[in-house]
Design a protein around this ligand. Structure first.
Ligand code: FAD
Length: 382
């Protein structure tokens, strides 16, 4: 009988895992890939949409395009997970698995920040990016704040990227002189594991007159008075608030017992990504392995889990331990992209190396996206 692998979530982690398994052992496994959405969207595409650099229809990669040996995609919402029995219930039907991989990512909780829904914007969901595409042209004068509202959030460079791209956007419209841009971040530097990357971002901010407010969260907005209230009680006036919402463990994962609460990311064995339940793995943003939350780390985790499943099926040595290493591209604006490579788990503390912004890295980032779409979906990015 074919081995039954059930993968919950078709994001960076789920797609990478499914692709490797199909390529290597598609003849020996029955993989069910489940996602509530009908299409994949790269996180970074949200920046492209909000600043009008790409059309919303161009960033969607429909799951119906996936045709891979051994893989069935099901569009359905996961309603319950029983990790002890490796049993999952979706809106459509229930599944039992020999190996269960939870790759459901992090959910956004806008209501955790009072005033955000009523008086602010966010750029972390497609809905938020689309709303900003409409709202940004109306921002002509005053103060813009890019504010992080929770300590653990996806893609730590994204708030800085949003600020640098907002600078370009306002400059191109002749409105930069009558506007201010501030970035409110919970860290002392923009990218704590890499001093060089942080320095390059801070220099770019200084050159463009962007203010960096360190070690602070935006705890609430007061839409009536148009002020953002920071974690230390300071109030900052705003005319445009671009928020990074509070991130939380998806409720279905909390209810499964895999996580203790909404902010207790799923504990896993750091080397294998296995949870405390045998045969149940957690990859990507949903786990608490200790990396930043980014697609490249989800992908790396998926590779380790795929190798373990292949070794189990085909025999052979155990895979190498997960290293928590990966490279992220950083938009610097002015048509330039930098790159930071971070290793979170090999040494006693995370280390990072920086590659200066260049036009060559713009092309490399585009290839990062298109090569994944080709591998995961079997077709090039348009
Ligand atoms: C603005 C922005 C820019 C970013 N830039 C980068 C970047 O440049 N590089 C990078 O590496 N990362 C970047 N990221 C981060 C990256 O998008 C995430 O870290 C990555 O997608 C995490 O992968 P994942 O597989 O863990 O989860 P996800 O990709 O979030 O996938 C989880 C999937 O689970 C599905 N799901 C959730 N709950 C259910 C349910 N109950 N039932 C069924 N399906 C469900 C969701 O629909 C989703 O498709 C960025 C993110 C943002 C917001």
């Amino acid at each position: 009988m074919r081995s039954r692998v059930v993968v919950l979530g078709a994001g960076f982690g789920g797609l990478e895992l499914t692709t490797i398994l199909s390529d290597a052992v598609g003849d020996a496994v029955d993989i069910v890939l489940i996602d509530k959405s009908d299409a994949f969207v790269f996180g970074f595409s949200k920046l492209d949409v909000m600043f009008g650099r790409r059309m919303p229809t161009d960033i969607r990669h429909p799951y119906s395009d996936i045709v891979k040996p051994g893989v069935r995609f099901l569009q359905s919402t996961v309603r319950s997970i029983n990790p002890a029995a490796r049993r999952v219930v979706t809106d459509d039907r229930a599944f039992e698995a020999d190996v269960l991989v939870v790759a459901l990512g992090a959910d956004l909780d806008l209501s955790a920040t009072p005033g955000l829904v009523e008086g602010g914007n966010e750029f972390y969901s497609i809905t938020g990016a689309l709303a900003l595409r409409e709202a940004l042209p109306r921002f002509e004068t005053g103060a813009a704040i890019i504010g992080v509202t929770g300590k653990s959030f996806k893609c730590p460079p994204a708030p800085s990227e949003a600020a640098l791209l907002l600078h370009d956007y306002l400059t191109s419209r002749g409105q930069r002189e009558q506007t201010e841009i501030s970035v409110v971040m919970p860290f002392g530097t923009p990218i704590p594991p890499s001093a060089n990357t942080s320095q390059a971002i801070l220099s770019a901010f200084a050159e463009r007159g962007i203010r960096f407010v360190k070690d602070s969260l935006t705890k609430a907005l007061d839409p009536g008075r148009k002020v953002a209230v920071l974690s230390n009680g300071t109030e900052m006036p705003y005319d445009l608030f671009l928020g990074v919402p509070v991130h939380r463990v998806p409720q279905v994962v909390v209810e499964s017992g895999l996580a203790t609460d909404a902010y207790g990311w799923v504990p896993v064995n750091k080397k294998t990504l296995e949870t405390t339940f045998p045969g149940v793995y957690a990859v990507g943003d949903v786990n608490g392995v200790g990396t930043a939350k980014a697609g490249v780390f989800a992908e790396g985790a998926a590779r380790v889990v795929a190798a373990a499943i292949i070794a189990q099926l085909r025999g052979g040595p155990s895979p190498e331990a997960y290293k928590g290493a990966g490279a992220c591209y950083v938009e610097f604006g002015r048509g330039q992209v930098g790159r930071v490579e971070v290793d979170f788990l090999s040494g006693p503390k995370p280390t990072g190396t920086f590659q200066e912004p260049s036009e060559a890295l713009v092309a490399e980032k585009a290839n990062f996206g298109s090569s994944r779409i080709r591998r995961w979906f079997g077709q090039p990015l348009q």
